[in-house]
Design a protein around this ligand. Sequence first.
Ligand SMILES: Cc1ncc(COP(=O)(O)O)c(C=O)c1O
Length: 446
Amino acid sequence: MSSSKFEQIAAIIERDIESGKYPSNSKLPTHRLLAEELGTTPVTVAKAYKLLMDKGQLESFVGRGTFVCAASDLDHAIQAPPEDNNFNFSILQPCLELNVPALKSAYRQSADLITAPVIGYTEHSGHEVHRAAGAKWAAMYGLEGATSENILLTNGAQHALSLVIESLTKPGDTILVEQLTYPGITAIANMSGRKLVAVELDKDGLCPKALAQAIDDYQATMVITIPSHQNPTGISMPEYRKKEIAQVINEKQVWLVEDDIYAFLDDITTPPIANFAPDYTFHISALSKAISPAMRCGYLKAPHSQLHALNAHIRTNIWLVSPINFIAATQLIESGEAFRLASLQRETANHRQQLVRDIFPSVDCAASGYHVWLPLPAHWHPDRFALEAKSNNIIVTSGSYFCVGDAQPTHVRLSLMSIGNQARLKEGLYKIKALMDSDTSGFFPY
Ligand SMILES: Cc1ncc(COP(=O)(O)O)c(C=O)c1O
């Protein structure tokens, strides 16, 4: 806990910034108003504002007031890389240490493949061999019909998402998403003026009936889903549900964006929805989660009718993805190393999930893939839990960041992979368990 009153007030303001009560660039209340609201003095509020200004979270302008500094929504949900004194449970990435040797070797070998044509501008957005390797990667995890003709190269899955959203919808359009979803999607929508509408999830993922109804109600033309090891709920759609969703998409003739970045974590491959609705589905895969987010290698399989528009969009924004990273990616895929690393990460994740089941035997959490969607006891609000954990050097992600619409957060998300050392991971999990069980009555009022 913060020691003095003004630090406690600063922590409350920080939490309110993180939860969106005070969005980026918004004006904060005057010292006097906030002091009245929080039952303290204007001087204490002034000291709290000063503390947050020093931390770069607020800025003050003479005569205009105090404002929240601009930041991407993602900055809050995904926090700084792990530091030695932190238990960082907030980043969904592979156990990087396991992949370093293979990655070094791939980049070394790639150096020999650098030729003049490879390092120049290409007419098409990406070289054919690199697109063919992307087709091979996605096919390994069940995607049918991918070829070098219909695969586009992107700077990771995030770029693929923004590319599809910005190419196929306009500002003001409504996009349907899972009621709890990856904040990277929310960030794109907020920045580009698209509206997100939440569709109900059940234990098997997106509900087909609710989806069909929402398409009609909101005249939506795009749906985005994360069918495998969903971020954040951990739900994986069974094949029957994927077929039901495909049927809705085919009947309603709307675009489906299938963000299948975690498909490689399935123990038994389930075919993606794209196989059942190929004319309307944009299927996204990437090497970020199996190998390294630093490679920025994403693959987007698009319906033939949209390839031209998407290519034009890529050229306009970035000309082309860096072929140098895709040489290494192709090397890893063609040699089979990429698949070996993906299996290694899957086994590590499975092993760590077992650890969670051992430490939290009575907690019914959707534990799957790289993360755990941990329900909190009723006395904990997830925002306050995340804040309290942070003051104990434990970084977890509050459920608030994933809520769309009126959904009320009751969980926190824990990544099991961003702490490399297993003993330290275990220590961190025990600390989280102790915090969950602790009494909150002595804390500053929420
Ligand atoms: C569901 C989902 N999609 C996309 C991304 C972004 O991936 P990339 O690093 O390939 O841009 C993430 C990252 O956490 C994610 O969880």
